[in-house]
Write a protein that binds this ligand. Structure first.
Ligand code: THU
Length: 136
């Protein structure tokens, strides 16, 4: 699975977004260690706070299916699904990644056209709290 293939799946996932309130469509594609991929989109709610991000949709789908070993995620988003720049994971999604992923978990931030940036979870969430490290 190349970054480009994962990004293409994130772009496809973005088309599933349910965004009647913000209009910002977000898509994610999560690569598991066994090569399987889980796609997610954001799903909004009239009460706002129940809204779930694309990244968490993908991660929770994968965990439900028994996966806990993740390699990378591609994330893209934009108003009405038009990608004009990167759409970085929110803090809550970074913390959910931290629960299951190592420091070197790769996050592809999709930009306009064919562009993308490659970051690690430790770059996105330095000095983070995780049960594995802090509750022994
Ligand atoms: N959103 C995501 O799906 N992922 C993020 O990491 C950031 C924000 C969604 C939530 C909401 O539906 C829309 O983007 C605007 O905030």
């Amino acid at each position: 699975m190349t970054p480009e293939q994962l990004i293409a799946l994130a772009k496809e996932a973005m088309t599933h977004a349910y965004v009647p309130y913000s209009g910002y469509k977000v898509g994610a594609a999560l690569l598991c260690a066994d090569g399987s991929v889980y796609q997610g989109c954001n799903i909004e709610n009239a009460s706002y706070t129940p809204t779930v991000c694309a990244e968490r949709t993908a991660i929770f789908k994968a965990v439900y299916d028994g996966h806990r070993d993740f390699v990378a995620i591609a994330v893209c988003g934009g108003k009405d699904g038009v990608i004009t720049g990167s759409f970085p994971p929110c803090g809550v999604c970074r913390q959910v990644m931290r629960e299951f992923c190592n420091d070197d978990f790769t996050v592809y931030l999709v930009g306009a056209g064919e562009s993308y940036e490659t970051l690690t979870l430790s770059q996105l969430l330095p000095h983070s709290f995780s049960a594995k490290e802090h509750m022994n």
